[in-house]
Structures are given as C-alpha cells and as structure tokens.
Design a protein around this ligand. Structure first.
Ligand code: C5P
Length: 400
C-alpha cells in the first residue's frame, strides 16, 4: 500500500523548531511527508533540516521546479495538509485564499483534510481579525487546533503555545483515519470528564478507584479531531494534555461537580466518562491520622456524593443538550444498563462489562451503548479510540 501523503506546512514562528519533532513522528510512523515552509519559517529552521528529516526536496516559492507544476501537484496529491505552527499571517492568507507562495497555493489546491495548529502571542490570538479568520477556516471544514496555555516567547505566558508535537501528531492520525469526512463536531462545545475522583481522609490518604482516564482522553482527542471545542475535566489522571483541548484538573467528586456545572452551561454534549466516587469520608482530618497503641482505629463514616450525571440530565443547561454516561457492570449488562439509563436520565449510556483484567488501565474496551430511544449499539473489542468514535457518531446523530 502507498504511504499516506502528508504536507507539513511550516510558517514563520519560533515554534517552527517543534515541527521537526512532528515531522519525525510522521515519517517514522510510515507517512510520506513533503515539507512546505514559508520564506519566513526558514529564518527559524533551515531548508537543509526539513529536507534531511523528510527525505524530500524543500521549496517555499512556486518558481522552483516549475515544470513539475508544484503549486498544484503537491496539494492535489496530499492525503492531509497540516500547518504547524500556523502564524496569524498564514491564517489570514489561508482564510482569504491568497496564493502568494507555495504553501498558500498548496492550501488552495488540496482537497484533503487540513489541520492548522496556530501558535502566537495571546494578544494576537485574541484579536478579532484572527478570531474571524479562524472561524472562517473552521466553517470551511478545516480543523483548527486551539493553542495551549503556557510559556510563550520571552517572558510572557498565556494562551498561544503550539501544543506538544506528539499531541498534534495524534490529531493528524485521527483526521487521516477519518479521511475527507467533514469535521462533524465543528462549532460544537463538548465536555468530557475523565479519570477517577479521590476523596481525602487526611492530607496523605484518600479513597480512590482504578480508573486511568484513558477512555475519557480518547473521547477528548477524537472530539477535537472532529472539530469540536473540548473541555476535559481530568480527575487524577497524570496523562499529557491532548492538543487543542482545554483541560481543567479536579480532585474530588464535589470539585468535579462544580467544574461540570460551569462547563456545561454552553455545551452541546457532555460525556461523563470519569469514575466518580459515590461516597466520601464524612470528616477530613486536617492532620495525618495516627495509629494509637492499644486502640482500635476510628471507623470511617461515609456520606453520599452528589450524582452529577443524574443532576445534569434532569436539569439540562439547554434543550437539545446530549448527555452521555458510562457504567461498569459485572453481570446482566443489558438489564442493569437499561435500569441505570432510566435512573440517570441521560440520552446514552455506555455499558462496559468489567472483570478481573478488563478495561481498567487497558488500551482496549468493549461495550454496549444504550440509547434512551431504545437503540442498542454493540461496540466490539477494540481500541478505546474506536469506542470514542462510535460515541461521537451517536452524539452527532442526536445533535443533528
Ligand atoms: O452510578 P454509577 O457510578 O454506576 O454511574 C456511572 C456514571 O455516573 C458515570 O457516567 C459517572 O461519571 C456518573 N456518576 C456521576 N456522579 C456520581 C457517580 C457517578 O456523575 N456521584
């Protein structure tokens, strides 16, 4: 089989050096990559680097190798175009259809999916001109990855950092896998909870669970690759932030509830993949609980945690909002799942059969997705990402 053909556009920002890492990941995972830098990108990383790492010639203008008509050919033959970093200038030229160099020509001739990973200072990212250009590109079907928050060039910090190359690579992989299908969650805001809450007993101890957060992160990554604005509420996962996803860290069920209620206000869909503790210790000891000689330990009294899924299902932030829950069952999956779906009042319930070595922390999952409308969608054993895609398919059907 032919290797998938990727065009890596690089525009002139300091984050260009991170695109070398993205390029290496793409080539090492079997993609044929053609790098098309802008002239200003070459101030940051030279043509020799791009050429050596990609194994292909590098040009910035349409005047090199004119007989091969590169301004048309490169875009026509691409399976994916990814521009990382995308500067404010490049976004503007792309949004307005300018064709003043090889990269912008390529963007006009490409009929494959296009991913932009912008990087710039916060003020530039927030400027109405940039906002409008980003909105235009998204409306036309491009995936524009939200920049990350953190250290920028110089002493500044804020939103505008290029996300980690490994995470941009993940977006590319997912977009390539979906092919030319339009990003069907574009313009949507989705909220995903992931991980497991920890309910503290004292400053060093907690009641927790084995949820790794991998399924929730797979949901967040696939939604971003399908064009959604994603808020990921992460409870004790220790996993790297997915590219283009707003990550809010929480610890306990009560903190998760607060974060969910805030995030769902304008959300089109909410997926509660987190394992939320049903109970928490009634009291929290400000100092470490000590064992006392000759004395039995104090019993731990538990109180109920709020059921977040039931609450947001009953009081929808707005009509049409789709709410999805997860349930782990050890037996009688269908009957228990149906009962739970009714009790929680959500639209979809993803039921996992759990056992000894199943699901927790693993890369794979198997499930049955129950719909409040009576539908049943079996998801065969496979990567958590595949289950995530099916969940978003079902959500997208309901949003339509
Ligand atoms: O009731 P059970 O814990 O089996 O339900 C699991 C589903 O409910 C998951 O989607 C989980 O995120 C959600 N849940 C919740 N608040 C709780 C307990 C569970 O939102 N206190």
């Amino acid at each position: 089989m032919d290797k998938p053909k990727v065009v890596l556009g690089v525009s002139g920002g300091i984050a260009a050096y991170k695109a070398c890492e993205l390029l290496r990941r793409l080539t090492e995972s079997g993609h044929e990559v053609r790098v098309v830098p802008t002239a200003s990108a070459l101030h940051f990383v030279g043509a020799a680097t791009w050429s050596a790492l990609s194994g292909n010639p590098v040009a910035t203008e349409v005047w090199d190798d004119v007989h091969e008509v590169p301004h048309v050919r490169i875009g026509q033959h691409a399976d994916l175009v990814v521009v990382a970093p995308a500067t404010a200038d490049l976004l503007a030229r792309a949004a307005h259809g300018l064709a003043d160099d090889l990269l912008t020509n390529t963007l006009l001739t490409a009929r494959c999916p296009v991913v932009f990973a912008p990087a710039m200072h916060t003020e530039m990212w927030e400027h109405p001109a940039v906002r409008e250009n980003v909105a235009t590109l998204r409306r036309r079907g491009a995936v524009v990855v939200e920049p990350a928050v953190g250290r920028l060039t110089g002493v500044d910090t804020g939103k505008g950092r290029l996300p980690d190359p490994a995470e941009i690579f993940e977006v590319c992989r997912r977009v390539l896998a979906r092919g030319v299908t339009a990003p069907d969650l574009a313009g949507r805001h989705v909220v995903v909870s992931a991980g497991g809450t920890r309910e503290p007993l004292d400053p060093v101890r907690f009641l927790g669970n084995r949820s790794s957060g991998k399924q929730g992160y797979a949901l967040a990554r696939t939604a971003a690759a399908r064009g959604a604005r994603v808020t990921l509420l992460a409870a004790n996962t220790g996993l790297p932030d997915p590219a283009g996803v707003d990550v809010v860290q929480v610890g306990t069920a009560v903190q998760l509830r607060e974060a969910v209620l805030k995030a769902v206000a304008d959300a089109d869909a909410v997926v509660m993949a987190a394992a939320v503790a049903d109970f928490r210790p009634q009291t929290y000891a400000a100092g470490k609980i000590k064992k006392k000689d000759g004395q039995d330990p104090e019993p731990v009294v538990l109180v109920r945690n709020p059921d977040i899924l039931a609450e947001i299902s009953a009081e929808r932030a707005h009509p049409g909002q789709v709410v999805v829950g997860f349930a782990a069952e050890t037996d009688d999956v269908l009957a228990n799942g149906r009962a739970k779906l009714a009790r929680k009042g959500c639209d979809l319930l993803v039921v996992n059969e759990v056992g000894e070595r199943r699901t927790f922390g693993s890369e794979e999952n198997e499930a049955l997705v129950l719909g409040a409308d009576g539908t049943e969608t079996p998801v065969p054993h496979g990567p958590k990402e595949a289950l995530a895609e099916i969940v978003w398919d079902l959500v997208a059907d309901r949003l339509r």
